[in-house]
Design a protein. Structure first.
Length: 177
């Protein structure tokens, strides 16, 4: 079985490899860059999910793999304030698409202001953490949680949730495929 991740981000690739090789031990995972029309910084669950789905579909159609995987992080509004959200999408060669969500954590208001004004979250978090390229490791979740949960683990959870139709097809009923 072959899975293709629509990203070359190290944190996303490590998360994908961890999940896919655990679920499908004889699998192979590779990453590709895909061209899709999605915002660089998605705002809201709808944009974030749409980005993940577009990436997953592009990955499976461009590669011919069994599964295409898209992982996308964005911002969403909650009753307590703006938060980081993470979505995974899996598309298979038969056209089935599923999504799953990862952890959600509140973002500091001064970070949200900058992102809503047009900056991407990653450089803002790099500045806050006085580090570079945190998107490839801890990410915003790791920085804000003091390393208790990093970006990769949030994407692992989201990807496991997105794989449910293939883990337990009987739960989905005969019309899902």
């Amino acid at each position: 079985m072959q899975a293709v991740l629509a990203s070359t981000n190290r944190a996303k690739l490590m998360a994908t490899q961890a999940v896919i090789t655990r679920v499908f031990p004889d699998s192979r995972v590779r990453s590709v860059t895909v061209a899709v029309e999605v915002p660089a910084q998605p705002i809201g669950d709808e944009q974030t999910q749409a980005g993940a789905i577009a990436r997953a579909r592009a990955a499976v159609s461009q590669s011919g793999a069994d599964f295409g995987i898209g992982l996308e992080g964005g911002l969403r509004q909650t009753l307590a304030g703006w938060a980081l959200c993470s979505w995974a999408a899996v598309a298979d060669a038969h056209g089935t698409v599923a999504v799953g969500g990862g952890g959600i954590l509140l973002l500091p208001p001064h970070v949200v202001e900058r992102v809503l004004a047009g900056e991407e979250l990653s450089p803002v978090m790099d500045e806050l953490a006085q580090a570079t390229e945190t998107r490839h490791g801890l990410g915003a979740s790791g920085i804000l949680s003091g390393g208790l949960i990093d970006r990769g683990h949030i994407f692992e959870d989201a990807l496991i949730c997105a794989l449910v139709p293939w883990l337990h097809p009987a739960f989905q009923g005969p019309s899902s495929r």
